[in-house]
Design a binder for this molecule. Structure first.
Ligand code: PGA
Length: 245
C-alpha cells in the first residue's frame, strides 16, 4: 500500500498559491496520486475542488477542521461535515495540537468531531502527541494512550481511521525524534488499536518537522503509514520531493 503524504497548510496560502500549486501538482506524477492529501484552509476548498475536476487530478482534499455540531443551526463561524462533503473533502484533521492549544479542543469536542466526520464519510486524521515536558518526565506513553482512549468513547463504528503522531516539541522546531522514538509510538498506536478496536484498519502517520531531508528515512520505517507535513508542504518543490519518496 502506498503511504499517505498529508500537507497541512495551516493558516497559510492564497488563491494564487492554490491555483498555482494545484496545477503544478496535477502535472507531476509524484503528487498526482491518491495518497497525496492537501489540507488547505477551508475557504479555498471550493476553488480547489473545481481545479481538481478541471485537471482530473487524483490527489485528495482535506479540511483542517470540522464542526463539533452535527445539525445545521445557530453556530456562527462553523462548517459542518455535510458542507465539507459537498466539496468532496475526503479527510479532516482532528485534534491537532494547535487546535487543542488555541481553541481549547479536547474530550467531547474531539469526540463529536470524529463522529461528524465518520457520519459524513470523511476520514478523520486524529492527531496526538506529547509536549516536551511530558517527554522529559518519561510519561509520554501513558499520555499517548490517554489521548487514544478518546476513540473508545466515539459512538460510531470505527472501521478505518488515520492517526497522526505529532510530538508537540517537534512541530515547527526542526527537532525530529529518532527513528526508534517514532517507531515506539507507531507500535504503541498499533498495539492499542489491536487491543481495543480490533476491527479497525489504522494508518499511523508521523508529523513534526518532516522535510525533504528526513522524509525518506521516516517513510522507510516499519509500520509507518505516511507523514503529515506542515511547513515543508508550503514549499512546492520540496513537497513534490517528499511525495516522490
Ligand atoms: P511542521 O508541522 O511540519 O511544520 O512541523 C506539522 C504539523 O503541525 O502538522
Amino acid at each position: 500500500m502506498s503511504k499517505l503524504i498529508v500537507a497541512n497548510w495551516k493558516m497559510n496560502g492564497s488563491l494564487d498559491k492554490i491555483t498555482g500549486d494545484l496545477s503544478f501538482y496535477s502535472n507531476n506524477s509524484s503528487t498526482n496520486n491518491s495518497s497525496v492529501i492537501l489540507a488547505i484552509p477551508s475557504i479555498y476548498l471550493g476553488q480547489a475542488q473545481q481545479l481538481l475536476e478541471k485537471y482530473k487530478a487524483n490527489f485528495s482534499l482535506a479540511s483542517q477542521n470540522i464542526s463539533q455540531f452535527a445539525s445545521p443551526g445557530a453556530y456562527t463561524g462553523e462548517i459542518s461535515g455535510a458542507m465539507l462533503k459537498e466539496f468532496d473533502v475526503k479527510y479532516t484533521l482532528i485534534g491537532h495540537s494547535e487546535r487543542r492549544m488555541y481553541f481549547n479542543e479536547s474530550g467531547s469536542i474531539l469526540q463529536n468531531k470524529i463522529e461528524n466526520a465518520l457520519s459524513n464519510q470523511i476520514m478523520p486524521i486524529f492527531c496526538i502527541g506529547e509536549d516536551r515536558n511530558i517527554r522529559n518526565k518519561g510519561s509520554y506513553k501513558d499520555f499517548i494512550v490517554q489521548q487514544l482512549e478518546l476513540l473508545l468513547q466515539v459512538k460510531a463504528d470505527i472501521i478505518e481511521l488515520v492517526i497522526a503522531y505529532e510530538p508537540i516539541w517537534s512541530i515547527g522546531t526542526g527537532m525530529v525524534p529518532t527513528s526508534n522514538e517514532i517507531s515506539e509510538i507507531i507500535n504503541l498506536i498499533h498495539a492499542f488499536v489491536q487491543s481495543y478496536l480490533p476491527h479497525a484498519k489504522i494508518t499511523a502517520l508521523y508529523g513534526g518537522s518532516v522535510s525533504g531531508n528526513n522524509a525518506r528515512d521516516i517513510l522507510n520505517l516499519e509500520r509507518i503509514g505516511g507523514v503529515l507535513v506542515g511547513g515543508a508542504s508550503l514549499k512546492t518543490e520540496e513537497f513534490v520531493n517528499i511525495c516522490a519518496y
